[in-house]
Write a protein that binds this ligand. Structure first.
Ligand code: SF4
Ligand code: SF3
Length: 570
């Protein structure tokens, strides 16, 4: 087998991609991603066994986030970027290892502190480095050596199917958590406990002494830190850009040349808006960037004019008709088919694609988007593909402001049930289920959504209940945190003991690893009976799936009519 990956919902044949990713990931990139993750595991083992403190590990912490984020589905297809990252991470790893090496004679005060940019010299615990896992010791110099090494360290290197399943479930949760932590970090917000947990979890995936029960416990702990990461990002976003408010977003186009910005990073958007101000170039959001329109801070930009297109998987045709440059701040990239479109795509942060221009931040986090703006000026304005408006902005504070109205509607019976339909969209035909499900929901139900899953129904006219729209969009996938806060608030208002007594059903669509951390976070918050579709993850072994079913009532989806009857208790 040339490669093996089963981290997303579109894993080939529901089992795993073994020749080339359905996502477009090549064998080479898949292997380099495996080796990068292996290196992160090695670093984690050194930190844990050497008892190094996350609070002193500044640059290492940040690079670990970046490495994990780069391996998320559809974030980065650039083999050279992975080679560079593996080299960087092995250098950091070796420096950390030397620092804890009991046999290291170079006990030169300040040496490692300077080398690693640490805040203070770490003494840690002296360990015998020859006893460390291979992940903390292997050496590769060239891409060819990396690919050779990677062939033996991927997912299938763990032979026991259940242990493999749990190790991967934890790893994918940690990838999602790292992505959210990186967005918060870009806004200057960190929570050191998150790094400590990442090291603990990634090191644990190397530890053959851990039992399946230990790994189940660690899976739940991953959800706990998922909540921490989402709360951190929520605070970072709302602290800087204000609380999202009800907003109508134009989905048609204007006459100016324009830039399309995709992905999840709001600091990138802010910098782009600042740099395009007064240039005659408009900015449109794409896919997961749509919720940026809900933040008060971005409303002051006259050239921030609307949202273009739909969820990520429709980008091949939509980027053709957009005509202008596209800036990816994160996933989800679909490898472009034509040189013309590839030449118009820019990437930044953890995202990347060969043939596209990558823009890095300078030392202070500033990014120079002048090349993108210059390109926009030379190109045609976008071609209109639809007209109208969509409404969103129902994050926690906005919904709390409407709490009386919502509670009255529930008490009067005008709202019978809420359906959390957050998560991801994807290209599988079976996802038509979600459009049909939304359409068939009775008029006395409300959909709570977040993430790109919303594109399956956010342009349908589903009406409102006494002025409350029947689709309440809280924002990006990380804003599923808002939906959890809303549920907790309703539990408090209705004086219930258990969040599961609320009239809320969970019918969630997943695709990539951010959805994994959202799911684990909801489990940590005590939410039961979540239905997950369109298929259950290929990485869940039968036994691990059974644990989730027995402990949390997790289920898949059936036909729309059968599920409707099940959810509505008919
Ligand atoms: Fe396949 Fe998904 Fe992995 Fe891509 S990310 S290789 S589609 S399982
Ligand atoms: Fe979508 Fe990629 Fe997951 Fe952030 S943009 S939800 S799939």
């Amino acid at each position: 087998m040339s490669m093996f990956c089963y981290q997303c919902q579109e894993a080939a044949k529901g089992k795993g991609c073994s020749v080339k990713g359905v996502c477009g990931k090549s064998e080479e990139v898949a292997k380099l991603q495996d080796l990068l993750i292996y290196t992160v595991k090695g670093i984690s083992e050194i930190v844990v066994k050497g008892e190094l403190e996350a609070k002193e590990l500044g640059e290492v912490n940040h690079e670990v986030l970046r490495s994990l984020f780069m391996t998320i589905t559809n974030a980065n297809f650039d083999g050279d970027a992975f080679v560079k990252e593996i080299k960087k991470m092995t250098v950091l790893r070796n420096q950390l290892r030397d620092m804890v090496d009991a046999a290291n004679k170079k006990n030169n005060p300040g040496f490692f502190q300077k080398l690693l940019g640490l805040k203070k010299e770490q003494t840690g615990k002296k360990i015998n480095v020859s006893a460390l896992h291979d992940a903390a010791r292997f050496e590769t110099a060239t891409k060819a050596e990396m690919l050779k090494k990677a062939a033996n360290v991927g997912i299938l290197a763990t032979k026991n199917e259940d242990v493999r399943s749990l190790r991967e479930l934890i790893t994918y949760g940690v990838k999602g958590l790292a992505a959210y932590a990186e967005h918060a970090l870009n806004l200057g917000k960190e929570d050191l406990s998150l790094y400590g947990f990442i090291y603990e979890a990634m090191a644990a995936t190397l530890d053959d002494a851990l039992s399946a029960d230990d790994l189940v416990a660690l899976t739940l702990k991953t959800g706990q830190f998922g909540v921490t990461a989402m709360a951190l990002l929520d605070g970072a976003n709302t602290g800087k850009y204000g609380n999202p408010e009800i907003t109508e977003v134009n989905i048609g186009v204007k006459k100016n040349p324009a830039i399309l910005i995709s992905g999840h990073d709001l600091t990138d958007l802010e910098q782009l808006l600042e740099q395009t101000k007064g240039t005659g170039v408009d900015v449109y959001t794409h896919s997961e960037m749509l919720p940026a329109h809900y933040y008060p801070a971005f409303k002051k930009y006259d050239n921030f004019v609307g949202n273009y297109g739909n969820a990520w998987w429709k980008q091949l045709e939509e980027f053709e008709s957009f005509n202008g440059p596209i800036l990816f701040t994160t996933n989800c990239i679909v490898p472009p088919k034509s040189d013309e479109v590839r030449g118009r795509i820019f990437t930044t942060g953890a995202s990347g694609h060969p043939g596209c221009t990558h823009i890095e931040a300078d030392g202070s986090g500033k990014k120079d988007f002048s090349k993108v703006i210059e390109m926009a000026k030379r190109l045609k304005a976008p071609t209109e593909i639809e007209t109208g408006k969509i409404v969103g902005g129902f994050a926690h504070e906005q919904v709390f402001a409407l709490a009386d109205k919502v509670v009255d509607a529930v008490k009067s019976g005008a709202i019978k049930k809420f359906f959390v339909m957050a998560g991801c969209d994807g290209r599988m035909k079976s996802r038509d289920y979600y459009t049909e499900f939304a359409q068939k929901l009775p008029q006395d139900t409300v959909i709570l959504t977040a993430g790109c899953a919303k594109y399956r129904y956010n342009k349908l006219d589903l009406g409102d209940i006494g002025g409350i729209p029947r689709v309440l969009d809280a924002g990006q996938c990380n804003d599923s945190y808002s939906l959890a806060l809303i549920a907790l608030k309703l539990k408090e208002v209705f004086e219930l003991n258990d969040i599961n007594e609320l009239p809320i059903a969970y019918n969630i669509a997943w695709y990539e690893q951010k959805a994994v951390i959202v799911l684990l976070a909801l489990l940590h918050l005590g939410v039961k009976n979540i239905h997950l579709g369109p298929t259950l993850p290929a990485f869940l072994s039968a036994n691990v799936a059974n644990v989730l079913i027995d402990t949390f009532g997790i289920g898949g989806i059936d036909s729309v009519d059968a599920d409707m009857a099940m959810f509505l208790g008919a």
